[in-house]
Write a protein that binds this ligand. Structure first.
Ligand code: FES
Length: 185
């Protein structure tokens, strides 16, 4: 093998290594940002204003939407996150993720029967979010919420998962309620 072809081969080898290193750095950037940038993590979950308390009359379950705090400018309508807000007769609130606790289909509220129903496999939930029948292994996922200056806030910004019985934010704002009951921070 001539010296010239050996030099070309080693140049290509080094170029390939450089490109692989560059690709790895690009892929690792979001992970590194998540781990080391506290501002990035803080932005991931936050208190979100759902509206005036009077928008949710006592004894009703109303549909509401908020903008995902993690949304990118290119997310379009998918950054709008729906939820169900229940204002019970005793004055307490419950705010439910729309996602069924079985496989995540969006549940719908039926005011006549006062039940949430899932169109996918027939899961049914009572008005307080507890499981009534069908395949869901548990009740609906609930947001933590609080009332401030007559406005309803939820702690949002992540998908429901089994670690969210009613969420348990580390945020210090008080009083804080989960499922209508005061939570000790
Ligand atoms: S996803 Fe709702 S019952 Fe299966």
């Amino acid at each position: 093998m001539s010296d010239q072809s050996q030099t070309r081969r080693s140049m290509l080898y080094r170029l390939g290594q450089g490109l692989m290193g560059l690709g790895g750095a690009v892929m690792a950037a979001p992970i590194v940002a998540y781990i080391f940038d506290p501002g990035f993590r803080k932005f991931a979950r936050s208190w979100i204003d759902l509206g005036n308390v009077s928008d949710f009359p006592k004894g009703t379950v109303r549909f509401a939407k908020y903008t995902n705090p993690n949304a990118a400018p290119t997310d379009g309508d998918s950054k709008q996150i729906p939820c169900w807000v229940r204002h019970a007769e005793d004055g307490t609130f419950q705010v439910f993720y729309v996602n069924c606790a079985h496989l995540g289909c969006p549940v719908r509220w039926f005011a006549q029967s006062r039940l949430f129903m899932c169109p996918c496999h027939g899961g049914v939930y009572y008005e307080d979010g507890s499981r009534a029948s069908g395949p869901p292994p548990r009740g609906l996922y609930e947001y933590s919420y609080e009332i401030k200056n007559d406005r309803l806030f939820v702690y949002g910004g992540e998908l429901p998962n089994l670690s969210i019985p009613g969420t348990t934010p580390k945020d210090d704002r008080t009083p804080l309620t989960v499922g209508g009951k005061e939570r000790k921070a």
